[in-house]
Design a protein around this ligand. Structure first.
Ligand SMILES: Nc1ncnc2c1ncn2[C@@H]1O[C@H](COP(=O)(O)OP(=O)(O)OP(=O)(O)O)[C@@H](O)[C@H]1O
Ligand SMILES: CC(=O)N[C@H]1[C@@H]2OC[C@@H](O2)[C@@H](O)[C@@H]1O[C@H](C)C(=O)O
Length: 366
């Protein structure tokens, strides 16, 4: 009988590193072990440059990053397996998200681009690898994102209540699990990405721990209003975005003529993330009875306070459902790999807008 153990690999838009999740699908989805491996600093720096939409990019750089990321993902798996004493033969497959460097499913020529050569992952780990999950959905006219809603449905639905599952990563996305079984979902806009970029620029730090620096500043009503006016936020679903749109150039444009302390800009960005999420939920007319949060934003206490203040239902971590909030996405890509190998669809057409359910991912045999 085929193994029920899968590894999910997630390297998200915040570029904080590689999440590794070992999941057993014998009965539901059980997280057996997890790990996090920072990306080498020069690789993060190259990816940050690449994700600026106006940066000149050479094909050589893209080719090299494809290789370097593939090696980094494989090393993350090998180190993880060694640390946990897991023989590669026990793993049915790896589901590798890859690193999104561009995402433009609505452009004249739609595309989405994730790097991290899965040939290398399969070769260096000896484990069958499934990767390239988004492009089939885009080929079918979809956004190619968000893809976690199908997994959220498998894991968190059947509660009889209207549940929202909110992932606050670099970008934020929400899954709407209605009490009658209907599933919706879309990106809501920036998560931590803009705050991280501001922290990097002003203090050379990766993120605002707990939201403490932001708390030292004030929310600026004028800046908040300007940010909330962005037309993307008003678009109806299906919709998705990436860090190539909500980036520092975008913020600098809105900061023109304002003279604010860096702390106040940060607090305004924090409030903006919360408002854009709450407004999106209200525009969707969903009537959430509970919101469960995953992704790194759950550790930003100030952001969680702002969210709770804006929403009338309880806002809790997915830990309240017994699922580690830092590994939901990595678990989702383990699940998507299993869906692919089982010949089952990975997309939710009401979420991505694709023409139909599609088996997502390409298989690289061990
Ligand atoms: N203690 C903390 N305080 C505040 N923010 C934190 C803390 N820990 C993590 N974060 C935030 O969470 C981010 C990482 O979140 P996560 O790993 O969910 O993002 P991601 O998966 O890369 O993004 P995406 O879901 O958009 O692909 C960090 O960059 C940081 O902004
Ligand atoms: C193109 C891309 O990489 N999108 C990511 C990003 O990070 C969060 C949000 O934007 C979501 O749409 C998606 O990731 C998750 C894993 C998803 O597909 O559900």
């Amino acid at each position: 009988m085929a193994s029920t153990l899968y590894i999910g690999l997630m390297s998200g838009t915040s570029l904080d590193g590689i999440d590794v999740a070992l999941v057993d699908f014998t009965d539901g989805a059980r997280l057996l072990a997890h790990g996090h491996r920072p990306l080498p600093a020069d690789l993060t720096a190259a990816l940050l440059t690449l994700s600026q939409s106006n940066a000149p990019v050479s094909l050589e750089l893209v080719g090299q990053l494809e290789t370097r990321l593939g090696i980094a993902f494989a090393e993350a798996v090998n180190a993880f397996c060694a640390a946990h004493g897991i023989a590669p033969e026990r793993i049915r497959a790896i589901g590798s998200h890859g690193q999104t460097v561009r995402h433009d499913p609505n452009g004249e020529i739609p595309y989405t681009l994730q790097l991290g050569d899965a040939n290398l992952i399969a070769e260096l780990t000896g484990i069958t690898t499934v990767a390239d999950f988004r492009r089939r959905d885009v080929a079918a006219g979809g956004q190619g994102a968000p893809l976690v809603p199908a997994f959220h449905r498998a894991l968190f639905a059947q509660s009889g209540e209207n549940r929202a599952v909110l992932n606050i990563g670099g970008i934020a996305n929400v899954t709407l699990l209605a009490h009658d079984g209907a599933v919706g979902g879309f990106d809501t806009g920036p998560g931590n990405g803009l705050m991280d970029a501001w922290c990097r620029r002003h203090w050379g730090i990766a993120f605002d721990d707990g939201g403490r620096r932001a708390a030292a500043g004030e929310i600026d009503a004028e800046l908040l209003e300007r940010l909330l006016m962005d037309p993307w936020l008003q678009l109806p679903p299906p919709k998705s975005t990436g860090r190539d749109y909500f980036q520092l150039d975008w913020l600098d444009y809105h900061l023109q003529g304002l003279h604010l302390s860096p702390e106040s800009v940060l607090h305004t960005l924090n409030a903006f993330t919360a408002r854009s999420i709450a407004d999106a939920l209200s525009m969707a007319g969903f009537g959430a009875e509970a919101v469960f949060v995953c992704g790194g934003g759950v550790h930003n206490a100030l952001l969680m306070r702002h969210l709770q203040a804006l929403l009338t239902c309880p806002v809790r971590s997915t830990a309240a459902l017994g699922v580690d909030p830092d590994y939901v996405e990595a678990m989702a890509f383990a699940w998507l790999a299993k869906q692919c190998l089982d010949g089952r669809p990975g997309n939710v057409t009401d979420v991505t807008g694709a023409a139909g359910p599609r088996i997502l991912g390409a298989i690289y045999q061990a």
